[in-house]
Design a protein around this ligand. Sequence first.
Ligand code: 3PG
Ligand code: MG
Length: 307
Amino acid sequence: MKTIKQVDFKGKKVFIRVDFNVPVKDGKVSDNTRILAHLQTINFILNQSPKAVILASHLGRPKGERKPELSLKVVVGEVENALNRKVIFLDDCIGEEIKKKIENSNGDVFLLENLRFHKGEEKNDENFARELSSLADVFVQDAFAVVHRAHASTVGITKLLPSYAGFLIEKEVQYLSNLLENPQRPFVAVLGGAKVSTKISVIENLLKKVDKLLIGGAMSYTILKAKGIQIGSSLYEEGFVEKAKEFLKEEKLILPCDHLVSKSLKNPVETKTVKEIPDGFYGVDIGDETIKLYHEKIKNAKTIFWN
Ligand code: 3PG
Ligand code: MG
């Protein structure tokens, strides 16, 4: 992995892919953690007197349309505060106007408008990637939360510009590599979420590495269904019950043995803890016995990986 430590940024126009996909409430950023996470990388580059720093991100899922409520303008103030300097907001991420402004830069920091206002971003369209790349001399990837997506600003652009990983990527990869290559044991993973379907390969991979894999969340009901346990009206994925049967053979995989249920998903109605879920009830959480069981496993762990 090539990192920004190997680059001289002096006089360069630097395109940094950041993840400013922050929570917004009533037109304000309600949590700036993701912005602060990039400071180390941005400041490291700024300290080397680049010609321009171009910050690029998505916000939400506008699906290729310009949606005013998903404009990245909302983060400008937060980014300025964090960097303690002026940030120039550009109301698009490609085009001659934008290019000209960046050409005239004198060490300025720019923030481009939401990349996903263009269909080309999520399609990893080559022309869109080329337009993005034409703004800069160097590409820096610092948006760990989007590197699993094959988009123009994560994959396409790296074919067109010299590309390097920022500190956030380097750090996350280091943590994860340590976990996967040399974990302190017992190594316990805790996995939840609604869908088994999107996590099959994660489960398969984790089972090779961990000592115990504790399952929670709605995805447990698909696996419990595969086991022949009554799941009542709980959320589950019909199409994945067969696949889930394979996981039942795994001794490392631990399923909830009792469940907190409710007659309504919206409100706690007639809640109780059961071993099998009666018709008309929804599983909403693990039960007391499961809590005890998971507590025991987690307490004895030397490494805990929580998704
Ligand atoms: C995230 O919030 O997980 C990242 O910013 C990626 O967003 P996405 O799931 O819409 O690609
Ligand atoms: Mg995510």
